[in-house]
Design a protein around this ligand. Structure first.
Ligand code: ZN
Ligand code: ZN
Length: 295
C-alpha cells in the first residue's frame, strides 16, 4: 500500500472513531448527574457561536461563496468559531463544499445523494470515498484561503482548540458543562449541518430549475439557521440570502442585515427578481423583496 493511501485510510478511521466517541460522550447527557440549566445554556450559546456564526455565516456564506464580505478581524473571529464546530478547518471545509457545488449529485460530488441518505448524511466522511478531494484538489478548490497564513495555521488547530475549550468549560462549570457544551453541542451541530447534505437533497419542494436534486426543506432551515432553503442556494450560490420567499425564514440573512447595518459587512449579493424569474418553475410566484444585485 502506498504511503498516501495509508494516510488517507488512517485519516478516515480517525474521523470515524472520533465521531463515534463524540456520540457516545453525548449519551452522558441522559445521566441526571451531568444536567444543570447552566449547562443547557452553555450548549445553546456554543451551538449558536459555532454553528450559526462559524459554519453557516462564515464558512459557508462568507468563505465558500463570498456572498458578503466581513471586516477582516470579524471574519477571522467567526472562522475561529467555525473551527470549534469540529467539521474541519476552513480550507478543507470550503474545498469540499465548492467541489459539492461543482458536481452536485453527479460523479465527483463528495456527498452524492444518489448513494442514499446515510451516505450523504455521514458515511461519506469516514468510508472509502473517491470523490473526497485530495490535498492537491483542496489547494486548487480553495486557493484564496490557502494563500492566507491564518487559514493555513487553522489547519492544525482544530483538535487543540477543542481541547482548550473543553478544559475552560471544565474549569468554569465541571463535567456537566463539558458534556453539554462540547459533546451534546457537537452532535446537534453535526446533524443539523449533515441534514443540509442529506434531507435538503431529498425532501421538500423545488422552486428553481437546477441540475441537482436540491430541495427547500423548512425544518432543516429551522435547525440549520436558514441553510435548509437549499434549492434556492443551489440556484443562486452567490446569494447571501437563502430564504427568498416571504415565509422562508432565514436567520443567517437576518445576521447579514444587522452586520451590514453596523457597517461590519459589505458586498452583500442577492439575486435580482429577473434572475429568479429566469430559473423559477412556472408555478412559483411569490418572491421575496430582492430587487437588486447588491444591498
Ligand atoms: Zn447541496
Ligand atoms: Zn453552498
Amino acid at each position: 500500500m502506498q504511503i498516501g493511501s495509508a494516510m488517507e485510510q488512517l485519516g478516515r478511521y480517525g474521523t470515524g472513531v472520533g465521531l463515534a466517541l463524540i456520540h457516545v460522550g453525548a449519551l452522558a447527557a441522559f445521566l441526571p448527574a451531568f444536567y444543570s440549566p447552566s449547562a443547557l445554556t452553555v450548549a445553546a450559546i456554543m451551538a449558536y457561536l459555532t454553528g450559526a456564526l462559524g459554519i453557516t455565516l462564515c464558512y459557508h456564506r462568507v468563505l465558500t461563496h463570498r456572498s458578503l464580505r466581513l471586516r477582516k478581524p470579524l471574519e477571522y473571529l467567526f472562522a475561529l468559531f467555525g473551527t470549534l464546530a469540529l467539521q474541519g478547518d476552513p480550507i478543507r471545509w470550503v474545498a469540499v463544499h465548492r467541489k459539492h457545488h461543482a458536481n452536485a449529485d453527479h460523479e465527483g460530488d463528495p456527498h452524492d445523494i444518489r448513494m442514499g441518505f446515510r451516505w450523504a448524511h455521514v458515511d461519506w466522511l469516514y468510508r472509502h470515498n473517491i470523490a473526497m478531494p485530495s490535498q492537491d484538489e483542496i489547494e486548487r478548490f480553495a486557493p484564496d484561503l490557502y494563500a492566507d497564513p491564518f487559514y493555513r495555521a487553522l489547519q492544525y488547530l482544530g483538535a487543540p482548540l477543542q481541547l482548550v475549550l473543553a478544559a475552560l468549560l471544565f474549569f468554569l462549570g465541571g463535567w456537566a458543562w463539558v458534556v453539554w457544551g462540547v459533546f451534546v453541542r457537537l452532535v446537534i451541530s453535526y446533524h443539523s449541518t449533515w441534514l443540509v447534505n442529506s434531507a435538503a437533497h431529498m425532501v421538500g419542494y423545488r422552486s428553481f430549475r437546477t441540475t441537482d436534486r436540491s430541495t427547500n426543506c423548512w425544518w432543516v432551515a429551522l435547525l440549520a439557521f436558514g441553510e435548509g432553503w437549499h434549492n434556492n442556494h443551489h440556484a443562486f450560490p452567490f446569494s447571501a440570502r437563502h430564504g427568498l420567499r416571504w415565509f422562508e425564514i432565514d436567520m443567517t440573512w437576518w445576521h447579514v442585515r444587522v452586520l451590514a447595518f453596523l457597517r461590519l459587512a459589505d458586498n452583500v449579493r442577492i439575486p435580482s427578481a429577473p434572475m429568479q424569474r429566469r430559473l423559477a418553475y412556472a408555478n412559483v410566484r411569490s418572491f421575496g423583496k430582492t430587487g437588486a444585485d447588491t444591498v
